[in-house]
Design a protein around this ligand. Structure first.
Ligand code: CA
Length: 661
């Protein structure tokens, strides 16, 4: 039975509600563990070898096809049983371009034909593995492609993350991009709107962020890659082949090598533009339950099963995976390493990370940093249901200090800034709820303890959870829930467009000056709207596409955000290195609720500014603030000018201002 299931997080997927075979959870611990690093397909001109883990199979066979999609197998060959639950087959001769499926016989029954979970190249819609020569997937110059430097101190808070969906960024005619909705669209330099504003890659470069977080581009289930005009849209949080590239973003989804080459072309273009690429990964569940390749090959092993042998479902998408099982843990580690080695990926965002155990996440971090020391790792420190495992072992937000430099999203600052996301009318600090002042202050200090933040007045978490500045992602919006501009429209209908613009500027100001790692949704720098649609995961381009004409229309906001980014990058005071430094050097001024003001004093930081002052007045009237002694200069403000004289600063209503000495 197919259902549509709406999760709390606004992620919706199809899932199959079916019973599965009885598997004793204790027995799972006795499954053999294969330690080699050669699972999957190894292509050589004189022969192809495939190794698959299927410890409970009585027989494993390969069905060979000429096409990635239709027709009968031209040959069916048996695998040979090999070490520690694995099966191996060697096919002599040059097999390039051939396709195959694997099929296990378990308890006397043939399971469905599936792809091997280690499939790195697949045919259209990811139903068959393709044998390709990876040496031929490299674009010109790939061997000299290098990730740009973004931090010299390995401080993750030096990152500024921009979150986008590949199709949204180029599909609108206003983008001026030729390869609309494709990897290649984000590789096109010097694209412009009709009025001459840069778009796509050039826009992101102009904006000045360091990292571009791209919504899922591993092979996902929900978009039919065979459709020529691809009228269906999806965010892609429904994994099918974790090691393969999604076909709908390629110019030819029939040939599995094309998407690989085009993704590499995009990564190289972004690196050349000084940008790092973050991949959104979704190991917490599979798009389908029983019919997933995991379950068809090793029933009940890769997912967490309940005592009644149904699928546990903390993803609210039908199932949850079992990272604590050694071969699932190994799979995740090898998968992320593959994306870094083959595609030069610079960071990972883990969807519903709290479904994964802390030990696995730390092993992933260690493995990744052994090959890329400044890789950025972060995730959602929550699940969409209650995982079928002791909570204290899982990567929940409150345990972030146990994670090895893996950041979690701060929903505290998100909802503090703009209001609770699950009540669209709820107001936050910038749109008229001074009661959330303390919650925003907690966000400003990176969700750490601070002597001037009263956690009893914080709205959500009452206990600081972070212990270092690189442990939190500060944000006001992302793909989930209403875009910031839409949230402001719904929650502050009484405000004028000009006032709401100032609210958006305050929100961006707070995100980009707080201690931690700033993050925002693509287009929020020029008031992007998704027309009030809260959960746009499968909505048409008319809702999701970025309208680049908004950039010229709201160029003042764009320039404000661009300047904030420049200030953050130039001044280490906004990127302090330790919790103690934040407690010692950042001090809040005594101001009424609805107004936040604080200074940061320079100590050992190499900053041209001795002291910086940030003042955000979300109240509906101007405020006079006593200035500490010394000469203050204006760095940035969204109200022009902010009066600074005779030891006093006057800030207009709804303004965000930074001063310095
Ligand atoms: Ca797909």
């Amino acid at each position: 039975m197919k259902k549509i299931f709406l999760s709390l997080l606004g992620i919706v997927m199809f899932f199959q509600n079916v019973n599965c075979q009885q598997v004793d959870p204790v027995y799972l611990n006795t499954y053999p563990v294969y330690k080699g690093n050669d699972l999957g397909t190894v292509y050589k001109r004189y022969g192809t070898t495939v190794r698959v883990y299927a410890p409970t199979a009585e027989v494993l066979r390969m069905n060979l096809y000429k096409s990635g999609d239709d027709g009968e197998p031209y040959s069916t060959l048996p695998f040979n049983k090999d070490l520690n639950g694995t099966w191996v087959i060697k096919i002599p001769g040059d097999q390039v371009g051939k396709f195959f499926t694997v099929q296990a016989k378990i308890n006397g029954n043939w399971q469905n034909e599936v792809t091997d979970p280690y499939a790195k190249a697949v045919g259209v819609n990811g139903n068959r593995v393709q044998i390709i020569d990876f040496a031929k997937t490299n674009p010109v110059g790939w061997e000299i492609d290098k990730s740009p430097v973004f931090t010299r101190t390995k401080s993750m808070q030096d990152a500024i993350i921009y979150e986008l969906h590949l199709r949204d960024v180029s599909i609108d005619p206003s983008s001026g991009i030729k390869n609309k909705g494709k990897f290649l669209g984000l590789a096109e330099p010097n694209t412009k709107t009709k009025t001459g504003e840069s778009t796509g890659l050039s826009h992101i470069k102009e904006l000045g962020v360091t990292h571009v977080h791209i919504l899922p581009f591993f092979d996902y289930n929900s978009v039919d890659e065979k459709q020529l005009n691809l009228s269906t849209y999806n965010w892609g949080y429904d994994p099918k082949n974790f090691n393969a590239v999604e076909g709908s973003y390629s110019t030819n989804p029939v040939d599995g090598s094309v998407r690989i080459k085009e993704l590499k072309t995009m990564v190289a273009a972004m690196h050349t533009a000084g940008l790092r690429v973050v991949m959104d990964v979704v190991y917490n569940h599979t798009a389908v339950n029983k019919l997933s390749n995991f379950h068809q090959l090793v029933p009940g092993y890769y997912h967490r099963m309940k005592n009644d042998s149904t699928f546990a479902d903390a993803s609210a998408c039908g199932n949850e995976t079992a990272s604590e099982h050694p071969m699932m843990r190994k799979f995740m580690i090898e998968c992320v390493l593959y994306w870094v080695k083959e595609f030069h990926i610079d960071g990972f965002r883990f969807d519903l990370m709290a479904i994964h155990d802390i030990e696995t996440m730390n092993q992933i971090a260690k493995a990744l940093r052994s090959i890329k020391p400044d890789i950025l790792i972060y995730g959602e420190g929550w699940a969409a249901g209650s995982p079928n495992m002791p909570q204290e072992k899982l990567a929940f937000k409150r345990y972030v200090a146990k994670l090895d430099s893996i950041a979690v999203f701060s929903d505290d600052i998100r909802d503090g800034i703009k209001g609770y996301v699950f009540d669209s009318k709820a107001k936050g600090f910038v749109n008229g709820n001074p009661a959330l002042t303390e919650t925003v202050k907690f966000g400003i200090v990176g969700a750490m303890s601070h002597p001037q933040v009263n956690m009893q007045k914080a709205f959500w978490d009452k206990v600081p959870y972070a212990t270092a500045p690189g442990q939190v992602i500060n944000y006001a919006d992302c793909h989930d829930n209403l875009a910031l501009w839409d949230k402001l429209a719904v929650s502050a209908p009484e405000a004028t467009v000009e006032e709401r613009t100032q609210m958006q500027e305050m929100a961006m100001g707070i995100v980009l000056t707080s201690q931690g790692i700033p993050f925002f949704l693509a287009g929020s720098e020029f008031l992007r709207t998704k027309k009030g649609v809260e959960n746009s995961f499968n909505r048409p381009d008319s809702i999701n596409a970025i309208d680049w004409n908004l950039k010229a229309k709201n160029i003042k906001v764009f320039k404000f955000v661009q300047q904030l980014i420049q200030i953050r990058k130039t001044h280490p005071l906004f990127r302090l290195q330790t919790a103690d430094a934040i407690r010692e050097q950042l001090s809040f001024m005594e101001l009424p609720d609805g107004v936040i003001g604080y200074t940061i004093q320079r100590k050992s930081e190499k900053d041209l500014w001795k002291t910086v002052m940030v003042v955000c007045n979300s109240l509906g009237s101007k405020q006079e603030i006593a200035l500490p002694a010394g000469t203050w200069k204006l760095a940035i403000s969204n109200s022009n000018p902010s009066a600074i004289n005779a030891g006093k600063l006057t800030v207009e209503k709804l303004t965000f201002t930074v001063l310095y000495q």
